[in-house]
Write a protein that binds this ligand. Structure first.
Ligand code: FES
Length: 148
């Protein structure tokens, strides 16, 4: 795992460097631990509140710990019409969490997303950004079993 200070420093002089740094941290740590946001504020010479504002503005950034597997249900219209609600309910039931939550063992996080460009295969989920198409509610236990 990369040192977060190195990741922040590597982006310091780039345009949009703060967001790039947050991306790099999240890729390594799966979320933005509090100390990384404080350190980014210091390196970029902005207030902690401003850095925290950026960290919480974008839905793809998270300041809360997230699971090893981040499952996102596409909620855009074509997937919605194709039964996204039913898939979400099936995941919630199977994982015993609600959308936006992480399982207590830190294995799974359930989130929503906008269209991921796979509309030919609605409904679509992504697991750690890899899309899976034509998902049916009854497949979900098997899909989760593959996430070891
Ligand atoms: S609407 Fe779901 S992938 Fe495009």
């Amino acid at each position: 795992m990369a040192n977060y200070l190195d990741l922040i420093r590597a982006c310091k002089d780039k345009p949009g460097g703060l967001i790039e740094a947050f991306h790099a941290i999240q890729e390594n740590y799966n979320y933005l631990p509090k100390e990384t946001v404080s350190e980014a504020a210091r390196v970029f010479g902005i207030s902690e509140a401003a850095a925290y504002g950026v960290a919480t503005f974008y839905s793809y950034l998270s300041v809360e710990p997230r699971g090893k597997y981040i499952i996102r249900m596409c909620e855009s219209a074509p997937c919605h019409i194709a039964g996204a609600d039913e898939i979400i309910k099936a995941f919630e039931k199977e994982l015993n969490i609600k959308v936006g939550e992480t399982t207590p063992d830190q294995k799974f996080t359930l989130e929503l997303t906008e269209c991921v460009g796979q509309c030919q295969g609605t409904p679509v989920i992504t697991i750690n950004s890899v899309p899976y198409v034509n998902i049916q509610a009854e497949q979900i236990p098997a899909i989760l079993a593959l996430c070891k």
